[in-house]
Design a protein around this ligand. Sequence first.
Ligand SMILES: [Mg+2]
Length: 373
Amino acid sequence: MSDLRIDRVETVLLDVPLRRAHRFARTEMDAQPVLLVFLRTAGGITGVGEGVVPGGPWWGGESVETMQLVIERHMAPIVTGRNVDDMAGILGDITDVVAGNLFAKAAVEVALHDAQARCLDVPVHTLLGGTVRESVPVTWALGTEPAPVVLEEALGKLDAGTHHSFKLKMGAQDPAADVKRVTAIAEKLAGTAGVRVDINGRWDRLTSLTHLPALAEAGVELVEQPVPGDQIETLAEINQTLPIPVMADESLRSPRDALRLSRLGATDVYSLKSTKSGGLRPTQNIAAIAAAADIPCHAGTSIESPVGTAASLHAACAAPAVTWGSELFGPLLMQEEILTTPLHYENGELHLPDGPGLGIDLDPDALRAFARS
Ligand SMILES: [Mg+2]
C-alpha cells in the first residue's frame, strides 16, 4: 500500500452560484459558500471533505470563514504527519484542542474517510460497513416566497418527474399568514405530492401549539423543528399533541442528543447531517441509536455541493435507519457543476456513485472559476 502519511492540508473557499435565490426565515443567498479541505498523503493520494452551512452562521454559529481559520490554525497541525488510517486517534486529538466546531470537524473527518478509502481502493461506504441501499429519494426544498410562486416551482418539478415530495421553509413572516400560505400550497398538492415544513426553530411553544394543528389538517405530513434546538421538552410536548410526525434537526447534533430525544419521546423522525454532527462516524452512531429506539431517519442537507452531498449519500446508504428519504438536493440548486461527472439523480432518487473514496472527481477549472479571491 502507498505511504499513508498526510504531508499537506490545504483549504479552498468557493462561492458556487445558485439557480435561484434560496430563502430562509431570516436570510437569503444567491451563491453558496463552500470550503473544501484537501488532505494530501506522501503516497500521492488526496482526500477531500467539505465544510458548509446554509448560507451563513445563522444555523449553528459556524461559517466557512470560521471553519477555514479553525482548520488551518488548529486542526492542520494535528493532522499533518499522521497516517490517514489513524482516524480515531486524529479525531480524538482534534477534540482535545477544539471544542464544538462540528461543521469544521466534519470537513476534516470526511476528507480522512475519502483519503483512507482511496488508499485502500474501496468506496467510503465500505469503511462504514457497506450499503443497505444504492439510492435515496430526494425531496425538493421550496423557499419562503408567496404561495403562487412556490406552487409554480413545485408543479414544474412534479411535471418533470424529478421530485415527488416537497419541503417548505416557514418562519419568515407572521405565523397566521405563514400558515395560510402553506395551507394553500398543501391543499393544492394534496394527493399528488407529500408536503413537509421546516420552521427552523423560529416559533415558540404557544405559537406551535396554536398553529401546527391547522397544518396537520391541511395534509402537511411532517413538521421539522418548530421550536429552538435546546427546547427539547417543548418539542416532546408538541409531539405528544400533534397527529403528524415531528422531526428533530437543530435539536439533534450528537449521539447524546439522539439518546436524550428518544428518552423524552421528543420526535418521531431524526434528521441526520454529517455536517452538523462532525462527520460520518458520529452520524452513523446517531443512526444506530435511532435504530435501537425504533426512530426512522431522514438524510438532511446543509446545502452541500456535490462533495458533501456524496459524503452524506454514502452515510445514508450505509445506515439501515434512513427510511424517511433525503433532501440531498444541494447540487441541483447549484447553477454550475464542480465535478467532472455530475452526481446521478434520476426519477426522484440520488444514486451512489461508483469508484474509490467518495466516488467523485473535482473539475479543476470549476474550482478556479469559483474560488474566492
Ligand atoms: Mg432543518
